[in-house]
Design a protein around this ligand. Structure first.
Ligand code: ATP
Ligand code: MG
Length: 160
C-alpha cells in the first residue's frame, strides 16, 4: 500500500527525525524513498549556514533609491547547502537500509515545492517534522506541515 515515500528536510532536528522514520518505513516496506528540500527564502537560518562548504558572504541590507532591499543569499551558496543537507539525509537513509534514495531541491514556497516533489515521485506518503526551524515555539505544528497536510491527497506523517 505504501510504495513511494517522500521526506522533506529543512535542516531542523525535527526533519532529522522525519528522515529516520521515513527510512525505517521505506526499508521495512521496501518502498522507494525520495528526499526533498526547498531552498530557504530571505534570511539564512544558522542551522543551514553551518552546512555551507564555503564562508557565507555577510552583507548589510542594501538601499536602492531609498527603498531598503533585503540581502539575498547567493544561489550558489543555497545550492551548496542543499546538496550537503541532502547528502547527509541520504547517508542516514542508506545506513538505515534504504537503497538509492533520490534527492531533489528547488526554489519556491516550501509547501508547494514539497507538493510538487511528491507529485513528481508519485508519493503515496509524505513524512515531515511537525515543526522546523521556525521560532514560534508555542505552536503545535509549523505552517509548512500544516499546509502540506491540508493540500496533499495522500497521507502525511508528521513526526514529533
Ligand atoms: P514556520 O516555518 O511556520 O515558522 P516551523 O519552521 O517550526 O514553523 P515548518 O516550517 O512547518 O515548521 O516545518 C515542519 C516540517 O516541514 C519540517 O520538519 C520539514 O520536514 C518540512 N519543511 C519545512 N521547511 C522546509 C523546507 N524549506 N524544505 C523542505 N522541507 C521543509
Ligand atoms: Mg519553517
Amino acid at each position: 500500500m505504501i510504495k513511494r515515500i517522500l521526506v522533506a528536510v529543512d535542516g531542523s532536528r525535527h526533519a532529522d527525525k522525519a528522515v529516520a522514520m521515513a527510512a525505517d518505513i521505506a526499508s521495512r516496506l521496501n518502498a522507494d524513498l525520495a528526499i526533498t528540500h526547498a531552498l530557504p527564502q530571505g534570511k539564512l537560518p544558522p542551522e543551514l549556514e553551518k552546512l555551507s562548504s564555503k564562508p557565507v558572504p555577510k552583507m548589510p541590507p542594501m538601499s536602492l533609491g531609498g527603498a531598503s532591499v533585503d540581502y539575498q543569499v547567493p544561489a550558489a551558496v543555497l545550492k551548496d547547502i542543499a546538496e550537503n543537507l541532502l547528502e547527509k539525509a541520504k547517508r542516514k537513509a542508506t545506513d538505515a537500509g534504504v537503497n538509492n534514495a533520490a534527492t531533489s531541491y528547488h526554489g519556491g514556497e516550501a509547501a508547494q515545492v514539497i507538493l510538487d516533489a511528491a507529485k513528481a515521485h508519485r508519493a503515496d506518503l509524505i513524512v515531515m517534522g511537525s515543526r522546523g526551524l521556525g521560532e514560534l515555539k508555542g505552536l503545535m505544528m509549523g505552517s509548512v506541515s500544516h499546509k502540506v497536510q491540508q493540500l496533499f491527497e495522500g497521507s502525511v506523517l508528521t513526526v514529533k
